[in-house]
Design a protein around this ligand. Structure first.
Ligand code: MN
Length: 252
């Protein structure tokens, strides 16, 4: 089945050895890809490699799992590049056991990021919320009013109440194959308005058939969404493209 264009709204293209070839592949195969970064130090390369691309967009990130001693320096650099970036990510909070030690600092950084985005306006953020959905939503509510920026919750694993709260805050949700293989992910999907659904691979962190996912693998997410929702894959794909277009148009 020829379903085009595909949408991979969260992929770490710069963590693959064949970063440059992957960008070309997204261009050739018409895969609308958001190339997220984990540190602002990766911004310049990602920005330069995607100058003039039709389908690949770079995102300026500061990953919560990487917040450490250098947080202030990194945040300064992130803010420095902010005027150049339309898309922001990966940013957010992570209170899982390996990263809870930096949670205080993560909160300081995320609050600042949201406030900066709110001040400038028109940014689209892809947000990480592992074991912290409630507080992530609280921060969005406080620091990024709905008319000052748009949020896509990536790999969301919050409760159904939190999902509803996120919908009310105008958030979108990007789904990957790993989420859709869990009962919780399937329930989340069924309870969301289809207008808020996007697709992602989160490659290379998610594997597909024993190798790291690549943007083209997002077709598998389309098929899974279609199966769970009982809608033809082509309709799901049309919806996702429409949702992305709407998200971009309202974020000018
Ligand atoms: Mn990620």
């Amino acid at each position: 089945m020829d379903i085009k264009p595909l949408v991979d709204f969260h992929c770490h293209l710069d963590l693959y050895e064949d970063h440059v070839q992957l960008i070309e592949l997204c261009e050739i195969n018409a895969i609308r890809t958001l190339a997220v970064t984990t540190t602002p130090r990766a911004w310049v390369r990602n920005r330069d490699l995607t100058k003039g691309t039709k389908y690949v967009r770079p995102a300026l990130g500061l990953h919560p799992q990487l917040i450490g001693k250098d947080a202030s320096k990194e945040l300064f650099l992130w803010e420095n590049y902010l005027p150049e970036a339309k898309y922001i990510g990966e940013v957010g909070l992570d209170s899982s056991p390996n990263f809870s030690h930096s949670f205080g600092e993560q909160k300081r950084v995320f609050e600042h990021i949201l406030k900066c985005c709110s001040k400038v306006g028109g940014k689209i953020l892809t947000v990480h919320s592992v074991r912290s959905a409630g507080i992530v939503l609280e921060f969005i509510e406080k620091f990024l009013p709905i008319d000052r920026g748009a949020v896509v919750l990536h790999w969301f694993t919050g409760t159904s109440n939190e999902a509803q709260r996120a919908v009310n805050l105008g958030c979108y949700f990007s789904f990957n194959v790993a989420m859709l293989q869990t009962k919780k992910g399937q329930e989340l999907l069924k309870n969301l308005p289809i207008e808020r659904i996007l697709t992602e691979t989160d490659g290379p962190f998610i594997e597909w058939k024993g190798r790291p996912s690549k943007p083209g693998d997002v077709i598998n997410t389309i098929f899974l969404l279609a199966k769970i929702l009982g809608i033809p894959p082509l309709e799901v794909s049309k919806s996702v493209n429409l949702n992305l277009r709407y998200l971009i148009e309202k974020s000018i």
